[in-house]
Design a protein around this ligand. Structure first.
Ligand code: BG6
Length: 480
């Protein structure tokens, strides 16, 4: 049977400014926290808020500074996306390109001009832009001055930044996401919220406070976005992946539900407009209920989202008593037990297409809001062959099986799905490791982990495969 997707289904790809743009100090851009995160052994500790990157010795390599230099290759890259037939391109705005310190009264005109060019070029090819307002970014000035998201000053700075975007791109950009993987701040507090823990600080107390601030900021931005442009569709975004119980022992099943609650903590607020009862009880139990100001709860209630977007790379697995089970592994910053039924990628992320169907069902059952898969893909080492090709059949196989699962969720389970933008449609810097060799793209970029290379763009075998998938609206997945 042919695979079927709704008319207007938004096929495409996704990137983030800090992983592809480079040009970190070009045309008045200010420093962003990601520019402080080095490649190498310190990266994980910095991302987890355990090592303040401002204390690191000079001379480190910072992959975001040049990345794949999309800042100067945007035209050529968008032409390649158009050649694949993209209907949608998800990208993020670099906050400090517009507001170098986060506190300027007016945005930097050169920053806006860059994104004008990008958006207009996409429109030229009938590619729908999907903009992430904040993808692991925060002006360093706000970190130095106020401790970043610890302070309500950052809420105001974010809302002002979002307001400028909604006004400027009104009528040209319909789809928006406030924060990328907002739940990631529980695992990577520096990457997600610019948090460096001080000595003796209770990490949970800090995390739930900054979480509240980001939720208030998101809700204020959604409300403002709707007021500025009633056509705008504004979504939340979570790092998705259901927790499976290790066994049918009821205690394991309960443990899995509790881990899922950690995942849903943010989207429950962003969709329903209030903290879930389990969340209130947990914060109370831990003694970390955030300080709230009068009006915060009303703000959360008034700023609910139009759609739910998520990334999906893998399912997860947990147990009540972890000492009785196999070794734990890390997938997209989440700790999970190794599921013996699944294969793993070269980076140990377990591959589970049915897990995507499960997430789609869970989220749709929970929220009854349109869903959007805005990240999915396989990080793998590619070989550029002597004849200039990249034969990435493993990537095609991964994507095909996930698209098949998504098709079942749509047609057999009735999930309302707006689109699918696979992650890193052009090779870019890995968020977790800072490597270039962890490649997701349909387009190979000639560059190594230390930033050496020509940055030449080369379509891989998967480029032509995805082009055919899009041309047939998912009917031809090129089954072997
Ligand atoms: C998500 C992020 O966590 O996963 C992306 O939104 C990231 O920024 C992607 O790149 C894949 O993770 P990694 O660590 O393989 O780059």
């Amino acid at each position: 049977m042919a695979n079927r997707f709704p008319d207007g289904f938004l096929w495409g790809g996704a990137t983030a400014a800090n992983q592809c743009e480079g040009g970190y100090d070009a045309d008045g851009r200010g420093p962003s926290i990601i520019d402080l995160v080095p490649w190498g052994p310190d990266r994980a500790a910095v991302s987890r808020g355990l090592l303040d990157p401002r204390t690191l010795p000079a001379g480190q390599y910072y992959p975001s500074h040049e990345a794949i230099d999309f800042y100067h290759h945007w035209k050529e890259d968008i032409a390649l996306f158009a050649e694949m037939g993209f209907k949608c391109y998800r990208f993020s705005i670099s906050w400090t390109r517009l507001f170098p310190t986060g506190e300027e009264a007016e945005p930097n005109p050169a920053g806006l001009a860059f994104y004008d060019k990008v958006v207009d070029e996409l429109r030229k090819y009938d590619i729908e832009p999907l903009i992430t307002i904040c993808h692991f970014e925060l002006p360093v000035h706000l970190l130095n001055q106020y401790g970043g998201w610890r302070s309500r000053k950052t809420i105001d700075a974010f809302v002002r930044y979002a307001e400028v975007l909604f006004r400027h791109f009104k009528g040209r950009v319909k789809y928006w996401i406030t924060f990328n993987e907002i739940n990631m701040l529980m695992h990577l507090p520096f990457g997600g919220a610019g948090v460096c823990f001080g000595p003796g600080e209770d990490p949970d107390r800090v995390k739930y406070q900054v979480a509240h601030h980001e939720l208030v900021a998101s809700a204020r931005a959604v409300k403002l976005g709707h007021a500025i442009d009633p056509e705008a569709r504004i979504g939340c975004m979570l790092a998705g992946g259901t927790y499976y119980p290790w066994s049918c022992d009821p205690e394991d099943v309960l443990a899995a539900i509790q881990q899922d609650h950690v995942n849903y903590f943010f989207s429950d607020v962003q969709v329903r407009g209030r903290y879930a009862p389990y969340a209130l009880k947990k914060m109370e139990r831990l003694g970390v209920t955030p300080r709230m100001e009068p009006g915060d709860l009303e703000t959360l209630a008034a700023g609910t989202v139009d759609f739910v977007s998520f990334s999906y790379y893998s399912s997860r697995c947990t147990a009540a008593d972890l000492s009785r089970t196999g070794a734990a592994v890390t997938t997209n910053a989440a700790t999970t037990l190794r599921n013996p039924h699944l294969q793993s990628s070269e980076w140990g992320w377990q591959i589970d297409p049915t897990g995507l169907r499960i997430v789609l069902n869970n989220l749709y059952d929970r929220y009854q809001k349109p869903l959007f898969i805005v990240e999915n893909g396989l990080g793998a080492r590619d070989t550029l062959e002597p004849d200039g090709t990249v034969q990435d059949d493993y990537r095609i196989d991964y994507l095909r099986r996930h698209i098949q699962a998504m098709e079942k969720a749509v047609n057999e389970d009735g999930v309302e799905l707006l689109g699918y933008t696979s992650w890193g449609c052009i090779d870019l810097v890995s968020a977790s490791t800072g490597e270039m060799s962890k490649r997701y793209g349909f387009i190979y970029v000639d560059m190594d982990d230390a930033g050496r290379g020509t940055k030449r763009r080369i379509p891989k075998k998967s480029f032509y495969w995805y082009k055919q998938v899009i041309a047939t609206n998912g009917a031809d997945l090129g089954e072997a």
